[in-house]
Design a protein around this ligand. Structure first.
Ligand code: GDP
Ligand code: MG
Length: 802
């Protein structure tokens, strides 16, 4: 009998499952409407094989990219539901929560892993098969699923069916039945998760011979929306009991030990003499807003020699198909491998066909390595020695190549990177005259040669021929330089929003640009922008020229540049950890973006001729405008109010209360502690980290405002009530104009403080306390209503740091 006290256990709540279904469906519906883009979750029904009650199960599947959202009702990857004996919905299969590579998302950046997680850390090899889920239905059927389906697929042996066959073999080896396993899993309310590794069925890159083939049990999850999973000893115990193969776990207590270990193995991609793809690390993590630890996974993926083997496999398939194999990396050894492969294919007539069916891939590779007396990891080490080091050692010679259209934030990010790391930035817009492409490339390479480690090639490169130009020109003379695409992804679905966002930005940018002086000629500018969008050809890493990029960093043009900057920095750090010593802090990133927004002005300005013949000589004007105007950075943004109006409202309010209640107000008046001017603070520099987008928005407005008083707009304010204790007094205010946003919990006007030791910003604490506990004797807080609907006019103002 199972002792549920000794393993994680939780029963299902019918209510919880209905809510989950409701939320999954709602998300899917919102998506189709015009409303705000929601996640989409697709439901597919399957008949359950061999079910006496003729049950069916539904698989719920999110789009892969949706897992990066923060609003999903569950993060289970692999989720199936069915009706129970009471005709209620229940979760039948619950996969792991989707987990990410180190550096792939904010949570998996090492610095966050280090602070948010706790041990024990259980490391398992990232198995290279396909995932199989097993559970028990109420009628006693054992349900076996692959990630998103179950049962046969036409005549094919589906993954699920192959998995099922293996379950039978394992059960048979210990003399147990499917029914028994189904019942056991049902009692535990759990899903068994295993990896199907069987080269006879389907060969992946890494080898599993007959002796090692089978189902490797690696986890047991509780069938509830939250992620609760067994520890590795509990998984092992279950595998032993039920005849599954076991997944090895390395257990470490300290995260630094984990990182050192992984970095060490990553040097070669081999562990215990075996080529591996990576590791999955299981631990507990707490979310930002709570101290509760929950089960959490991340992965660490190796690059080489795994990627080299994959390249060999693809090249061999091209060879068999009579196509020229195309490859960029591991040139010399790949050529040698292909020579060998060609000979072998010629010698063995049946081999090509087998290979196309994914059989014999590993053997061919191993035979080649044996003949050369080499190991994959040796090749990689050798190559690194020849080409200026492993990616993890690279500290220079990197070019960032945007693939973008106008207004995506290329220049903003370039300036921010320059500010953060002193990296180089060559703007195509600053290069004038003839033969711009080679001169552009040369300017970039010159900087690298001067020792600048990274240079951003600031040009749209929207068309493939532009990418081809820079990739080929650099490779010809500087093959050791790494080319990283900053891929501002444009898709048919997002193009409308991208147009809106970039047009708004560029129009707001006004004349502050070398070639595009938007406010002077808006129509022309929109035409030029549209031209780039029309010429935009999406990146296709499978084909040349884009296959030549060493890595691609995907960015979303509609996101704030602050966020894209962080993505670029994090991914570069992930690719080349030695490019910079330490990840910049959020504040440093903020400052760099702010610098790019506020302080930077282009040095030169040249007018492009109207769309006439391109080289209509003589008509090009070069107006060099040395920029001297530099605005001071913002300290805070406020709605400034008329002193007279506020004083009048206060006088009226206190005129009709007892003298005792008005005592503090009189005291402030008599000690000249009433503020000399009144305002509602909208945002202070101190909260730019908690509200980066709002801060950026106000900064932009500030940058664009031509007004000498730094006026950003108008805003009416409704005065509600006066709240005070014996230290400080504030008026609770409401912004009537919805265009403006305030970061304080309660928008307010500080009226005055008892003495200089009490700072005006303490109004926030007073009001928080008032909101929580109310006014009255116990709290020591008083309030006086402001009668009628008192609305005053205010003007939104940027206040500069001194
Ligand atoms: P590029 O054409 O790709 O080089 O784009 P820029 O970096 O010059 O950005 C175009 C305009 O949009 C500039 O005025 C930027 O200050 C502004 N901009 C860039 N990023 C952002 C952002 O995240 N938010 C807002 N509101 N404006 C931005
Ligand atoms: Mg630009």
């Amino acid at each position: 009998m199972v002792d549920l006290g000794k393993i994680p256990y939780q029963g299902q709540s019918f209510q919880e499952v209905s809510t989950l279904i409701e939320n999954l469906t709602k998300g899917a519906q919102k998506d189709s409407g015009k409303a705000k883009k929601a996640f989409s979750c697709k439901r597919t029904a399957f008949e359950v094989q061999n079910s006496s009650a003729k049950l069916s199960v539904s698989s719920w599947r999110f789009q892969d990219w949706d897992y990066k959202r923060r609003d999903l009702p569950t993060y289970a990857r692999g989720l199936f539901m069915a009706k129970n004996e009471k005709d209620q919905n229940e979760i039948s299969i619950r996969g792991y929560d989707k987990f990410f590579n180190t550096g792939e998302v904010h949570e998996t950046e090492w610095r966050n892993i280090k602070t948010r997680t706790k041990g024990p850390y259980e490391l398992s090899l990232k198995e290279n098969g396909c995932i199989i889920f097993i559970s028990g239905l109420h009628d006693g059927t054992l349900l076996v699923c692959s990630k998103h389906s179950t049962g046969p697929r036409g005549d094919e042996v589906s993954h699920a069916v192959a998995g099922e066959r293996w379950v039978d073999r394992h059960l048979k080896s210990i003399g147990r039945t499917r029914e028994q396993l189904a019942k056991e899993l049902r009692v535990r309310n759990a899903t068994a998760v295993a990896e199907l590794c069987d080269d006879e069925f389907e060969e992946h890159i890494l080898a599993y011979d007959t002796e090692n083939a089978g189902l490797y049990l690696h986890g047991i999850n509780i069938n509830i929306p939250e992620f609760v999973t067994y520890s590795s000893p509990q998984v092992h115990a279950f595998a032993d009991e039920w005849g599954f193969r076991k997944t090895d776990f390395l257990v470490m207590e300290d995260i630094n030990e984990v990182k050192n270990f992984l970095d060490g193995v990553a040097e070669t991609g081999a562990y215990n003499g075996r080529d591996v793809e990576g590791f999955v690390v299981r631990c507990k993590a707490r979310s930002n807003d709570s101290n509760k630890y929950t089960d959490w996974f991340f992965k660490y993926k190796f690059e080489e020699p795994y990627l080299m083997y994959r390249q060999w496999r693809e090249c061999t398939k091209s060879l068999i198909a009579g196509k020229a194999p195309r490859f960029k990396k591991h040139q010399k050894i790949t050529e040698e491998y292909l020579m060998y492969a060609k000979q072998m294919l010629a010698k063995n007539s049946g081999m090509a066909k087998e290979y196309q069916l994914n059989h014999g891939i590993i053997k061919l590779r191993d035979d080649f390595l044996k003949e050369k007396n080499l190991k994959g990891s040796d090749i990689i080490r050798q190559e690194y020695a020849e080409t200026g080091g492993a990616p993890e050692d690279r500290s220079k010679n990197v070019i960032l190549v945007p693939i973008a259209t106008i207004g995506c934030g290329k220049t903003t990010i370039a300036i921010a990177l320059q500010q953060l790391f002193n990296w180089g930035h060559i703007q195509n817009d600053n290069i004038q005259g003839k033969a711009r492409p080679p001169r552009f490339t040369k300017a970039i390479l010159d900087l690298l040669e001067e020792g600048v480690p990274v240079v951003l090639a600031d040009r749209n490169n929207a068309a493939k021929h532009e990418r081809k130009q820079i990739l080929e020109d650099v490779a010809r003379t500087h093959p050791h330089v790494r080319m990283i695409a900053l891929n501002f992804v444009h898709t048919t679905e997002t193009i409308g929003k991208i147009r809106r966002v970039t047009q708004d930005r560029v129009i707001a940018r006004g004349d502050n640009h070398q070639t595009i002086q938007a406010s002077s000629d808006q129509k022309k500018v929109l035409g030029i922008m549209e031209g780039f969008i029309q010429r935009y050809e999406p990146l296709d890493s499978d084909k040349l020229p884009d296959a030549d990029f060493d890595a691609v960093i995907d960015l979303d043009p509609t996101k704030e540049s602050r966020q894209n900057l962080e993505t670029v920095v994090a991914e570069l750090h992930n690719l080349y950890p030695k490019l910079f010593i330490e990840m910049p802090s959020a504040e440093e990133l903020d400052d760099a973006i702010r610098f790019a927004f506020c302080d930077y002005k282009p040095d030169i300005r040249h007018n492009i001729p109207d769309r006439g013949p391109k080289n209509s000589r003589g008509n090009q004007q070069h107006t060099l405008t040395q920029n001297t105007k530099k605005k001071k950075p913002l300290e805070y943004v406020s709605v400034a109010l008329s002193k007279k109006e506020i004083d009048a409202a206060l006088d009226t309010a206190f005129a009709s209360v007892s003298s005792n209640k008005a005592k503090f107000y009189r005291q402030l008046q008599q000690t000249r502690r009433i503020q000399p001017e009144f305002h509602v603070t909208l945002i202070h520099r101190a909260s730019k980290q908690s509200h980066p987008e709002l801060w950026a928005k106000y900064n932009d407005l500030h940058e664009q405002s031509g007004s000498a008083e730094n006026k950003l707009g108008d805003c009416k304010v409704l005065l509600e009530r006066v709240v005070f204790d014996d230290r400080i007094m504030a008026v609770v205010a409401r912004l009537v104009d919805e265009n403006w946003e305030c970061t304080n919990k309660i928008a307010h006007v500080t009226v005055g403080t008892r003495g200089p030791e009490v700072k005006p910003k303490e109004s926030n604490e007073l009001l928080a306390k008032w909101l929580a506990d109310g006014s009255g004797e116990e709290t020591g807080i008083s309030e006086v209503a402001i009668q009628g609907r008192t609305v005053v006019n205010g003007w939104v103002k940027g206040n500069l740091s001194r």
